[in-house]
Design a protein around this ligand. Structure first.
Ligand SMILES: CC(C)(COP(=O)(O)OP(=O)(O)OC[C@H]1O[C@@H](n2cnc3c(N)ncnc32)[C@H](O)[C@@H]1OP(=O)(O)O)[C@@H](O)C(=O)NCCC(=O)NCCS
Length: 152
C-alpha cells in the first residue's frame, strides 16, 4: 500500500467499519517499517487491503506452551462489499500469511468483535482459534474483543 492508494482504501474502510481509520492514521501505519500493508487490485481499482505489524524479535506475551520468536499482529483486513464472498479475502489472507512467513513470523494474532459473524467464520476457516478476550476493547459499543491466534 502506498500513499496514493489511500483515497480508494478509505472509501472501502468507511463502507465496512463503524469507526474507520483516518487518512492520517493510514499514513502513519504505512510509514512504519514494521508494518506490512497491501492493497488488492482488480485491474487498476483497489478492491481490498490488509496488513500486519511485525513485533520485535522475542516479544512474546503469549501464554502458550511453545515459545514463538516473531509474532505477527494482523491489524486490518477488508474487502469492498461488492467483491466480498468471492474468495478475495482468502486470497488476501493467504498472501499476508505467506509474506509474514517469509519475514520469519511464526505466530499470528488479531482482535475481532464477537458481533462480526462474517469475520469470525473467516478466521475460523483459516484455523485461528480464540486465545483470549480483551474487555471493552471497542469502548464506543462497550464491546469486548476476541483475540484469535494461530501458528504460521
Ligand atoms: C471478513 C472479510 C475480509 C472476508 O472477505 P471475503 O472476500 O468475503 O472472504 P472469502 O470470500 O474469501 O470467504 C472466505 C470465508 O469467510 C467466511 N465468510 C465470508 N463472508 C461470509 C458471510 N457473508 N457469512 C458467513 N461467512 C462468511 C466463510 O467462512 C468463507 O468461506 P466459504 O466461502 O468457504 O464459506 C470481509 O467480509 C470483509 O471485508 N468484512 C468487513 C471488514 C471486516 O469485518 N474485517 C475484519 C475485521 S476483524
Amino acid at each position: 500500500m502506498i500513499e496514493k492508494d489511500l483515497n480508494e482504501v478509505i472509501n472501502i474502510e468507511r463502507t465496512v467499519f463503524k469507526h474507520p481509520w483516518t487518512n492520517n492514521y493510514f499514513k502513519l501505519i504505512i510509514s512504519d517499517m514494521n508494518n506490512y500493508m497491501i492493497s488488492l487490485k482488480q485491474e487498476k481499482s483497489i478492491i481490498g487491503y490488509g496488513g500486519y505489524h511485525l513485533l520485535k524479535s522475542n516479544t512474546n506475551f503469549l501464554s502458550t506452551k511453545k515459545e514463538y520468536n516473531r509474532i505477527v499482529h494482523l491489524i486490518n483486513i477488508a474487502i469492498d462489499p461488492f467483491y466480498q464472498k468471492r474468495g478475495c479475502g482468502t486470497f488476501l489472507m493467504n498472501t499476508l500469511v505467506n509474506n509474514a512467513r517469509l519475514k520469519h513470523g511464526d505466530y499470528c494474532y488479531l482482535e475481532v468483535r464477537p458481533s462480526n459473524s462474517r469475520a469470525l467464520s473467516f478466521y475460523k476457516k483459516f484455523n485461528f482459534t480464540i486465545i483470549g478476550i480483551i474487555e471493552n476493547y471497542y469502548p464506543y459499543e462497550e464491546e469486548d474483543a476476541l483475540v484469535f491466534g494461530r501458528e504460521l
